[in-house]
Design a protein around this ligand. Structure first.
Ligand SMILES: [Zn+2]
Ligand SMILES: [Zn+2]
Length: 351
């Protein structure tokens, strides 16, 4: 912002004194402070007012001729919190979507985005001071208001010079918006073990190439996985359908884990298998929890003639002399069931 621009932002000529600058600034602050002004551009206008004030102050105030005046117009100490300070840019809020595999091992993500910046050409004012008197108001900063019938009805601030009286033009780089849209691009390193909803803070100044104009606050979103469920403690659960015959035969099968395919030796007496250290990190950058495989044995819905034949053989092979099961657990059950059936038979006759 040139100094003339700064004065004009406060609606002043460039020869305004310290007292006039402070008075104008206070008047505009009370008018545009977002606490008091709900219009959409109050925040932006407030920032411009503060920047203008700071610009003039930094350049050195013109001495007020009436220095001996009582200090009623001087900003009081209690207004210190309204003293303009360079507004710190808030971090840019972003989301990053990660697969469980990416989140487990950590990864590098390229992020692109757009952000709205204060226009550098006009420093957010939306206009540039051309110098000389405003041709619309002749330099007075005010024009006669006309009512519905075209009759004069008081004065209103000149829109062409925003009441400053100095000729201006709309900023050609932002078309008067005071802002410009800028694209940014950066690579972000995601540490291993981030979880849903985690916030990662990225220092925007460290980005190379096309850095963002502020820091980034990145919220992690974990994508639902086709196979895996993630527990709070980092345990991964995965249901795997297996060939029922292979399961009975204690065969070894491939199962998916976060680290790729791993072999599991099936046992016909087990449906759940734990693979230590192949789960998700228990905590960020920590050791991995376990991977739990739950097998779902699948048998043919319809048997072929050959399968019927082979199964008959299998069943026969499990029976000894007189059709008694060879397995002692089945023999014990079979005896108990016969005894129970005899008792139940008596009971039904007595009724
Ligand atoms: Zn004007
Ligand atoms: Zn501009």
């Amino acid at each position: 912002m040139t100094n003339d621009n700064a004065f004009s932002e406060l609606g002043l000529g460039s020869d305004a004194t310290e007292r006039e600058v402070k008075a104008a600034w206070r008047r505009l602050v009370s008018q545009w402070h977002p606490d008091r002004n709900s219009s959409a551009d109050a925040v932006a206008r407030m920032q411009r007012i503060n920047r203008a004030f700071e610009e003039i102050r930094n350049a050195g105030f013109r001495a007020s001729p009436e220095v001996a005046d009582p200090p009623v117009d001087e900003p009081a100490e209690t207004q210190a919190e309204e003293e303009p300070t360079e507004p710190r840019r808030r971090p840019i809020q972003r989301k990053v979507k990660l697969t469980l595999e990416e989140a487990a091992s950590g990864c590098i993500k390229a992020l692109r985005g757009r952000t709205t910046l204060t226009c550098a050409t006009c420093d957010g004012a939306g206009h540039q001071v051309l110098g000389g008197n405003c041709t619309h108001c002749g330099g007075s900063g005010a024009i006669a208001k006309r009512n519905f019938f075209g009759w004069p009805g008081g004065m209103t601030e000149c829109a062409a010079c925003h009441g400053g009286g100095i000729a201006q033009r709309t900023c050609p780089d932002c078309q008067g918006a005071g802002t410009q849209v800028r694209a940014y691009q950066l690579k972000v390193r995601i540490p291993p073990g981030v979880r849903q909803g985690d916030l990662l803070h990225v220092d925007g100044r460290r980005a190379r190439g096309n850095p963002p104009p502020a820091d980034l606050e990145i919220r992690v979103e974990l994508l639902a996985h086709e196979f895996f469920e993630l527990d709070e403690d980092g345990t991964i659960r995965c249901e795997v359908p297996v060939d029922g015959f292979a399961w009975i035969a204690n065969r070894t099968i491939d199962v998916p884990t976060l680290m790729g395919l791993k072999q599991v030796a099936l046992r016909r007496d087990r449906l759940s298998y734990s693979l230590p250290g192949l789960g998700f990190p228990a905590k960020r950058r920590g050791a991995n929890a376990d991977h739990i495989v739950i097998v779902k044995p699948v048998f043919p819905e319809a048997l072929t003639a050959e399968q019927e034949h082979l199964l008959s053989h299998l069943i026969a092979s499990a029976s000894g002399e007189g059709g008694e099961p060879t397995d002692k657990r089945l023999r014990a059950w079979s005896r108990k069931q016969r005894a129970w059936a005899r008792g139940a038979g008596r009971a039904s006759k007595e009724q």
